[in-house]
Design a binder for this molecule. Structure first.
Ligand SMILES: Cc1cc2nc3c(=O)[nH]c(=O)nc-3n(C[C@H](O)[C@H](O)[C@H](O)COP(=O)(O)OP(=O)(O)OC[C@H]3O[C@@H](n4cnc5c(N)ncnc54)[C@H](O)[C@@H]3O)c2cc1C
Length: 414
């Protein structure tokens, strides 16, 4: 088995042209090129869900397909293009990543969204804050798709006010012992490791008594219980920790320095969601236009204005996001402007929901069996979750107000 750094032709730094030729060669050999995809009303699947709605069997099959593809991509040298070579990356610039993304989008390949949290949030935090031992143990395997990671932050009484979390970690020699409960943990049911923030000193002010760890999700004492969401599926979970032992080497950052660790993850989370890294986005304009046509409302000036508004706002969000992503690709840390990326996406999802409600009316709430009508209820019911996950709209507006616009800080409760 080859690794990224030893894949043929990857030892010397390729020119962008050589890289793109190799990338397209690999894709031609291993994937099917997408045909010119024009959306045709009534053809194919009408599924437009925001959150995954899969049975455990479908989930296992999707994970197997994603893993096989991620491993092939990694072994050919395209799995971690910008990462450091000692952990399996190729240390190339963001320009090469963009070349790969552009070429890859032209091919039909298995969805890698199961790796979204691991690669978008947990791996960057491990790279920034973990010990060399943990970096060596997990970074290559995460990027190769060998393992899946989840984010264990929220608790029943700690979401927006994350620093009030109560899951305890107590040191015992070379190990820490974890006890408590996390909730809304997306993908915990298929995860191998998790990034967890625990309270290590209850006597310190709440932001200063926290510590981050990488925890083995298969360790004794970890129990994952699925939570069913209002769309019917169960993509997130409650996770219980009872005397779970974590090696001291699996610490992230300093003891009681967990707030800095959590912020690294949260900024990457907003960037990942806003940038579409979680596989969540708006339906295509052509799909929305076809809904208007099918309902006989494509000539209605108000509907036309609504659809144009969605299209324009989507474009503005994409360009703003590309600027933010270019900043990250240039090696800068994601900052408070990442909250704008996530806010723009959810604002556009809301506009889309409103347009669909007026176009579809009762067909959105009563399933008549008509293609492309009731199916949209999955989209509408998923959008509120997106307005909460990764920081609620209200909390992100506070961040933008205070840290981007420089408005006075909200009064703190404690
Ligand atoms: C689809 C989905 C996936 C998720 N995945 C994960 C995951 O993988 N891992 C994980 O750890 N968590 C996950 N979460 C949890 C998510 O991070 C929290 O739900 C979120 O941070 C909000 O916390 P809460 O639910 O406790 O709501 P609360 O914080 O109790 O908020 C309740 C309401 O009060 C408002 N509010 C709170 N504080 C303020 C304030 N200061 N100013 C103005 N309004 C305020 C909020 O906007 C909200 O409307 C997920 C959530 C969803 C919906």
């Amino acid at each position: 088995m080859t690794t990224a750094s030893t894949a043929p032709g990857t030892d010397a730094v390729p020119t962008p042209e050589e890289f793109e030729r190799a990338a397209r060669g690999f894709l031609d050999a291993h994937a099917e090129k997408r045909s010119e995809e024009t959306f045709v009303w009534g053809e194919g699947s009408d599924s437009v869900s925001v959150l995954p709605e899969r049975t455990p069997e479908q989930e296992a099959a999707d994970l197997a397909a994603a893993r096989a593809w991620a491993q092939q991509v990694f072994d050919a040298g395209f799995g971690w293009i910008t990462g450091p070579t000692e952990y399996g990356g190729r240390a190339l610039s963001g320009e090469y990543q963009r070349l790969w993304n552009t070429a890859g989008a032209e091919y039909r390949t298995p969805s890698l969204s199961v790796y979204g949290i691991g690669l978008g949030m947990v791996a960057p935090t491990i790279l920034a804050h973990a010990t060399d031992e943990v970096k060596a143990a997990y970074l290559r395997r995460l990027h190769r798709g060998d393992i899946v990671a989840c984010q264990l932050f929220s608790e029943p009484s700690s979401g927006s006010d994350l620093a009030s979390l109560q899951t305890r970690a107590v040191r015992d020699g070379d190990e820490w012992v974890l006890n408590g409960q996390k909730v809304w943990t997306s993908g915990a049911q298929v995860s191998d490791i998790g990034e967890i923030i625990c309270r290590t000193d209850p006597d310190l002010p709440k932001h200063r008594g926290l510590t981050g760890f990488v925890v083995d999700m298969h360790a004794p004492g970890v129990e994952v219980r699925p939570l069913r969401q209002m769309t019917g599926g169960a993509s997130f979970n409650e996770v219980f920790f009872t005397d779970v032992r974590v090696p001291h080497s699996h610490l992230l950052g300093e003891v009681n320095g967990g707030w800095t660790v959590a912020l690294t993850t949260l900024m990457n989370e907003r960037a990942a969601i806003g940038g579409g890294g979680g596989g969540v986005g708006l339906p295509t304009s052509s799909r929305l236009i076809e809904v208007a046509r099918a309902r006989g409302k494509a000539g209605d000036p108000l509907v036309r204005q609504q659809l144009a508004d969605i299209f324009i706002n989507d474009r503005v969000a994409r360009y703003t996001n590309e600027r933010a992503m270019a900043k990250i690709a240039a090696g800068q840390l994601p900052g408070p402007e990442m909250s704008l990326a996530k806010l723009s996406l959810t604002a556009n999802m809301l506009r889309t929901s409103e347009a669909l409600s007026s176009l579809l009316g009762m067909a959105l709430v009563a399933d008549t069996g008509a293609w492309g009508t009731y199916a949209w209820s999955q989209f509408l019911l998923g959008v509120p979750g997106m307005r909460i996950a990764g920081g609620t709209d209200e909390v992100l507006r506070n961040i933008v107000g205070e840290r981007v616009l420089g408005l006075p800080k909200e009064p703190a409760l404690n």
